[in-house]
Write a protein that binds this ligand. Structure first.
Ligand SMILES: [Mn+2]
Length: 313
């Protein structure tokens, strides 16, 4: 039996993950919630969500998310989050819990009484899937769809370098359990709003190529969100357009925040480790995909990123 399903009797349980959860954090947390419920255990799912969740994840059973957690839990399960600070306003609940279980695929999570971690796994839902397979449990369509969502989003629909044969084997098993691959992919990648499309054309016009560093950069400003009446969370797909540029191996997309700081998304398609670049700004993630926040201006950020690239050449 997996550690995940031990000692749950009569315990108050919280399931959570990083702030503003993505498809992997949500997919893992919601599938775990459904499984616990099926096993007759009550559990709250709650995140620190300070922007609206992107509509391309609304195929997930988001109604299972609790708006307000209780004051204290016996057990806290944390998915897709290697650092307690990334729990945001839910961090105190992890600190006061009797036991914290971390399931993750980031490198060296800095907390958790029990850690179920594989930094080589493509997604947290992959790590969770392995644990589920350790006992006799029939995965329902709802659980399969949640797990598949994490797998699809964290592998860039089975295209990033973290996609290996195990990922395909799990995806095949999830389809046997009823996962709706086409429906999920269509919602996540196949449909964006008209305004998002128009804004994308501006972002593409702004692209700059720095040949020497094999770097491509673009940015979104606060005024863009106003002009196109669109929320930042609806623009997660933009980095995938920016990274298409053939002449570059590293892509950077900067998004201005309401306090005029910037959030940066980095992608790499060669040996350059963008997690190292993000860490220069106190950010993190994975070798091929990382992110950070900074108060530097665009010019300074680009300079810093170039230097970080040089140090890896
Ligand atoms: Mn993940």
């Amino acid at each position: 039996m997996s550690e995940l399903f031990k000692n749950l009797e009569n315990k108050s349980i919280l399931i959570t993950g990083h702030v503003n959860p993505d498809g992997d954090a949500l997919g893992a947390a919601l599938s775990f919630k459904i499984i616990l419920n099926e096993l007759d255990h009550d559990a709250d799912v709650c995140f620190d969500i300070n922007v609206n969740l992107p509509s391309n994840l609304n195929h997930l059973p988001l109604h299972l998310i609790t708006q307000e957690p209780i004051e204290k839990y016996d057990k806290v399960f944390v998915f897709d989050c290697g650092n307690p600070q990334r729990l945001g306003k839910l961090e105190p609940l992890a600190n006061t819990a009797t036991e914290v279980v971390v399931v993750d695929h980031h490198i060296d999570p800095s907390f958790g009484d029990i850690q179920i971690i594989d930094p080589t796994a493509a997604s947290t839902t992959q790590v969770l899937y392995r644990e589920i397979k350790k006992f006799d449990y029939k995965i329902s369509r709802d659980v399969a769809n949640c797990l598949m969502t994490g797998l699809i989003t964290d592998t860039g629909r089975f295209q990033y370098s973290n996609t290996d044969s195990e990922v395909f084997n799990i995806a095949a098993e999830l389809m046997n359990s009823g996962a709706e691959l086409t429906k999920i992919s269509e919602n996540i990648y196949g449909s964006i709003s008209f305004n998002a499309m128009k804004l994308q054309s501006e972002i593409i016009k702004r692209i700059e190529l720095f040949t020497e560093h094999s770097l491509v950069v673009s940015y979104v400003l606060q005024e863009d969100y106003k002009k196109y009446n669109i929320e930042e969370s609806e623009l997660d797909f933009l980095i995938d357009s920016v990274r298409l540029v053939k002449e570059s191996n590293i892509a950077l997309l900067l998004k201005e925040q309401s306090d005029n700081s910037f959030k940066g998304s980095l992608r790499s398609r060669n040996d350059i480790d963008v997690q190292l670049i993000a860490s220069e700004f106190g950010g993190g993630g994975h070798k091929a995909a990382s992110g950070f926040s900074t108060t530097h201006d665009i010019e300074n950020i680009i300079d810093k990123v170039k230097k970080a690239i040089e140090s890896q050449l």
